[in-house]
Design a protein around this ligand. Sequence first.
Ligand code: ZN
Length: 237
Amino acid sequence: MDVSVLVSWKTKFTPVSWTLDYCPFCDQNEAIRIEQATEVVAVWGIPVSKTDEGKFGRCDFCERQMNVPQEMKNVDLERWNPKDGLSTLAKILGVEESVEIPERNTENSVNSMLAAVKHETSINTIDLTFGLSTGAILGGLIAFPLAALLYVPEFPDTDEGKFNFVFSVGLIGIAVGAILGGVWHAILKRGKLAKAKIGGVLNRYPLDSELVLKLSEKFGGVVQKSVLELRNTIRRK
Ligand SMILES: [Zn+2]
């Protein structure tokens, strides 16, 4: 069984402040969240160690990570909200003269956002630890007692024979449980994650609904499905 079910290494990003900088993925200036990165080692989901890994920037629009210079001017999280607009952020930062404020809704930035969502919701990227471990535990909880119950003693009836039978069936139960749990989790989580991510952006930024719908077509899958489901909430321009 995958060791990640038991022990997991994860980097947790906690937003600490805002800045305004060029996002190479959106190809324009965007609000950048400065995030504190902490590596968390957990055993069965319980954190056992935390290591400071420094600060990173994340484009608030496309959610992609980038390096930000340490000396970059920034303001506390609560001082600005994406709904206030980028020009307000530029004013708070005192850079309204020097930073170009982009026109929203470029094809490039929407494509970048949708591509990031597609990447983050791919089977290889999403974390299935919860589904795998829950499935494994449930599989074991069902298979061990069931095997003990169904065991038919053969001649000669030995404790060893019973132990081997229950142990083998129990392991199969754990493996099957982990697979089913992982698949169930993947199906559920991909759609939910995509919808939450796209929904979050649509909520924070005024977007042209027709443009988002049109661009989502080429991404297909959960990305397109989420945009279709969210279409009614997209603010019309
Ligand atoms: Zn971006």
